[in-house]
Write a protein that binds this ligand. Structure first.
Ligand SMILES: [Zn+2]
Length: 439
């Protein structure tokens, strides 16, 4: 067992409980022991608590990313559970949900157990596996949903692809409803998408690249809102990118339909204009869209239509990603830049307070997945992130813990440096740049 910790003099933001004040945080026995200047009893009885001064930094519940591709089993050249979860710790995340589009996919109990075991051995972060909705993610026969949930799957998704068949989606929602777990939809009409490689608009015309219309996403979101209403099941829309999708989700929520949503950092700070140099690090699915979409997403995050801020961390090898734009695979990494990009997109322009941002990065995704935690309440497991919101740093993809270096943010100067990540009372990451800036 790790020795007790005292994080001294930080700004404690526990958004779920409305706490935002400068205080010490005490950790002992893997759990939060308490807040305040005086050591709680369980710390006092220990000979040497480690005291870490963090004045000027924010102390918050460990960040949660509900959309990560760990690529294991089967694509270990892109990422492994070990490298992906260490990247998570470096990014301030203590919990990640991993998508089932591995090789083979997470469509059987033994594979869910494999991921859970691998994550425990790596020890860098909690990993919540998402199981496939259909066998082989082929979109036809449903997996053993109940058995997979029992094995530890927290949600079901065919991510990488949509659940295209409406009847299959209906049955998946009926089965998951009783278990209280969501179906996470990669909303995309495959016919409208066709062989498009970027957002369909002026930029795609100018660049001579095949477009994917925003409607390819929104028609599936609209259909799924109707299916959620029909079944009473819970649809969670992954990586929302389009303005119309935000409208549809907002309307569904106002009618009491069980629909939640997430977006990813890149959609809030980049548009299809970024594809200009044919850089494959701007190629992801769904694609970067127009300015109106970007603005609508920010509005949706602010008013709560979009509940969660995820990353869609999708590592690829450099050989694959180094291709010309049309042949390169879709996807970029995000774990080690998410906090800085979200601060830049949402807090620096004052769309959200720090506390409002952290709600969407901690407790909201846990609630969507029906999990406890996301607070710093005494007695709960000590998953804690410490970051300096003012500290500037430059993104260097070559220094990532992730095997994936495919980021459009390489060389960007961001604010918000993660200093310390604590998982169940144990330090999983400590920045070399530790001394928080004096303000
Ligand atoms: Zn997806």
């Amino acid at each position: 067992m790790a020795s007790p910790l005292c994080l001294r003099g930080g700004r404690i933001i526990d958004a779920a409980r409305g706490i935002d004040r400068v205080q010490d945080l005490w950790i002992a026995g893997g759990r939060i022991a308490g807040l305040g200047e005086d050591a709680p009893a369980e710390v006092r009885s220990h000979p040497r608590p480690e005291v870490i001064p963090v004045a000027g930094a924010v102390i918050c519940p460990g960040l949660v990313d509900m959309h990560v591709h760990l690529r294991e089993p089967g694509q270990e050249d892109r990422e492994t559970i070990e490298t992906g979860t260490f990247a998570a710790a470096r990014g301030g995340f203590t919990t990640v949900a991993c998508m089932p589009n591995t090789v083979p996919p997470l469509d059987e109990r033994s594979r869910i157990e494999y991921v859970i075991r691998g994550a425990r051995e790596a020890g860098h972060a909690r990993v919540l596996p998402v199981a496939a909705v259909t066998r082989g993610q082929l979109g036809e026969a449903l997996t053993e949903i109940e058995e997979l949930a029992e094995a530890g799957a927290v949600a079901f998704s065919d991510d990488g692809k949509p659940v295209h068949n409406a009847e299959v989606m209906r049955r998946a929602l009926e089965l998951t409803r009783g278990l209280g777990v969501p179906v996470i939809q990669h909303a995309e009409d495959r016919d409208l998408k066709g062989d498009g490689v970027m957002h369909e608009g002026w930029a795609s015309t100018r660049l001579g690249l095949k477009g994917i219309p925003a409607a390819a996403e929104s028609v599936v979101v609209a259909r799924d809102a109707l299916l959620a209403e029909l079944t009473g099941g819970h649809v969670h829309v992954a990586h929302v990118s389009a303005a119309r999708s935000v409208e549809i989700i907002r309307r569904a929520k106002s009618r009491g339909i069980r629909m939640t949503a997430e977006t990813a950092p890149h959609y809030l700070v980049l548009t299809d204009e970024a594809v200009e140099g044919y850089d494959s690090r701007t190629k992801m699915n769904p694609p970067l869209r127009g300015t109106k979409d970007r603005e609508a997403l920010i509005e949706g995050v602010v008013d709560g239509t979009i509940d969660c801020l995820a990353t869609d961390h999708a590592p690829h090898t450099e050989i694959d990603k180094d291709n010309d734009f049309e042949s390169a695979p879709f996807g970029i990494v995000g774990l080690e830049t998410a906090l800085g990009v979200y601060l830049k997109a949402l807090v620096e322009p004052k769309h959200l307070s720090l506390s409002e941002l952290l709600l969407r990065l901690t407790v909201n995704p846990l609630r969507v997945l029906g999990r406890p935690g996301g607070t710093l309440e005494a007695g709960t497991e000590a998953d804690v992130t410490v970051f300096d919101p003012a500290r500037r740093w430059t993104v260097r993809a070559s220094e990532f813990a992730s095997k994936g270096r495919n980021t459009p943010f390489d060389g960007w100067e961001l604010r918000g440096r993660v200093l310390l990540t604590v998982l169940a009372g144990r330090i999983t990451f400590r920045s070399e740049a530790f001394e928080p800036s004096v303000r």
